[in-house]
Design a protein around this ligand. Structure first.
Ligand SMILES: Cc1ncc(COP(=O)(O)O)c(C=O)c1O
Length: 440
């Protein structure tokens, strides 16, 4: 910038600041701008995205991290299938940052199913299934999901997040109450907000707290929904499902379980939390899951009674007004489900490597929080800077693990979050834990 330009821009800044000061003073004395005045340059900050509060906050965090010398852990580029290993920056790394728990994304049979579906149906179904028509693969996938849960029907949406937003947002309204675990995924919170229902979170996995809320509030509302997850993805623990079923029956509430991280992971054959807890499929009113994790596709599902599914199929906006699942994605999810059913040893391998990881981590003195040691294991380091630095240092040593930083978790519980997969080996976890110990 020339000195002339610099002087000009300083002058403009000074004029802007003086104008803003004058404006604030006038407003404090009761003056209100006319619409024409509102559009004057003093209000420019309301029509510039670089003045948006979220963006400004992001810049503060980015600049803070830069000045502390912490590299950004976000948007790393994986150059191949991300499983127990991956390729980042042309280097093969041990990978603990993907939800490919059973290593079915990239599995030859799953790839082939997607390729065959492309040849048969193309890459998109172009519009909503209600107007533009189904493909047999949609119905086969939904029937297979319903059969796995031993419930009447199921429905697949194009996004897991949209599944929760659309289902909760549509089924509940201002006369209703939604009570959820405080660690519930954002998609359920957004769905609850959209519904207009009263929303009350309860302390994580504290079912006494849930009962207290129900006792005090149930009588004031029509429908009541309790929402929990099958396996919490930040902490790797799960709720007492049998007790939840008792509570919901006693208080005449609906129970919804989000199985994004538990389906294909919990239970001897991967049928999720209900198999782990020996609960019948129909004891839970709304089963939700994603197609993006063990089912190695993309999208979400709801499984339950035929009345629930028919209602959602005709009326929930994220299904009715959104495109149907692409056939190759549906085929990949169906092929994954079939492999899970015929190869339960994948779940056993995932369980045994996860148990080994948590046992060794604890023996080394690491804080793994409340994780039960099934696929999701945090190592809590207690500060965002420490977690981000440890993640960057591990990557330099060929180990990819994501740090979870404030505000995703409270600052004191900033962590490294390890996602195990059925193909991780004992050597890989030994090397990882020893490297981390040395680095810390
Ligand atoms: C518990 C939970 N529910 C819902 C979702 C949203 O699923 P998707 O990423 O498939 O849209 C996620 C995503 O990770 C999740 O962890």
């Amino acid at each position: 910038m020339t000195s002339l330009n610099l002087a000009k821009s300083l002058k403009q800044k000074l004029i802007q600041q003086t104008l803003e000061k004058k404006l604030k003073k006038a407003e404090s004395e009761g003056w209100k701008p006319t619409p024409q005045q509102t559009s004057s340059s003093a209000f420019n900050k309301h029509c510039q995205f670089d003045q948006h509060p979220g963006y400004k906050q992001l810049q503060i965090i980015k600049n803070g991290a830069k000045s502390l010398g912490v590299p950004s852990p976000f948007f790393k580029i994986h150059q191949g299938v991300a499983g127990a290993t991956s390729i980042i920056d042309d280097q093969e790394v041990i990978n603990f940052a993907s939800y490919n728990y059973l290593n079915l994304s990239g599995h030859p049979e799953v790839n082939q199913a997607a390729i065959d579906a492309i040849h048969q149906y193309g890459t998109s179904v172009s519009a909503s299934r209600i107007v533009s028509g189904e493909r047999p693969i949609h119905q086969e996938l939904e029937a297979a999901i319903a059969a796995t849960y031993e419930v009447e029907d199921a429905l697949v949406y194009v996004s897991g997040h949209a599944t929760n937003v659309s289902t909760i947002g549509y089924l509940f309204g201002p006369k209703d109450l939604i009570i959820h675990d405080e660690y519930i995924h954002n998609s359920s919170v957004v769905g609850s907000q959209l519904s207009g229902a009263k929303r009350i979170p309860f302390a994580h996995n504290d079912l006494d707290a849930l009962e207290k809320i129900l006792t005090e509030n149930r009588h004031q509302f029509e429908q009541v929904l309790i929402v929990v997850e099958g396996l919490y993805s930040m902490d790797g623990d799960y709720p007492d499902l049998a007790r939840l079923v008792d509570i919901k029956q006693q208080h005449h509430a609906f129970l919804m379980v989000d199985e994004a991280h538990s389906f294909g992971v919990l239970g001897a054959s991967g049928k999720g939390l209900r198999e782990e807890a020996h609960v019948a499929g129909q004891d839970v009113d709304i089963w939700m899951g994603t197609l993006s994790k063990t089912l190695s596709g993309c999208g979400g599902y709801i499984a339950g009674s035929s009345a629930l599914i028919e209602n959602l199929r005709y009326l929930s906006p994220g299904f009715l007004y959104s495109v149907g699942l692409p056939a190759p994605t549906a085929a990949a999810a169906l092929a994954s489900l079939q492999i899970i059913q015929k190869e339960p040893q994948r779940i056993q391998k995932l369980k045994s490597i996860s148990q080994s990881f948590i046992r060794q981590a604890k023996a080394m003195g690491f804080n793994t929080g409340d994780s039960v040691g099934m696929a999701v294991i945090p190592i809590i380091l207690g500060s965002s800077v420490k977690a981000a630095n440890a993640s960057a240092a591990l990557l330099e040593k060929g180990i990819n693990v994501q740090p979870i930083l404030y505000p995703a978790v409270p600052e004191r519980s900033a962590r490294l979050r390890f996602f195990l997969s059925s193909e991780h080996t004992e050597e890989q976890i030994k090397l990882t834990l020893n490297t981390l110990k040395t680095l810390l």
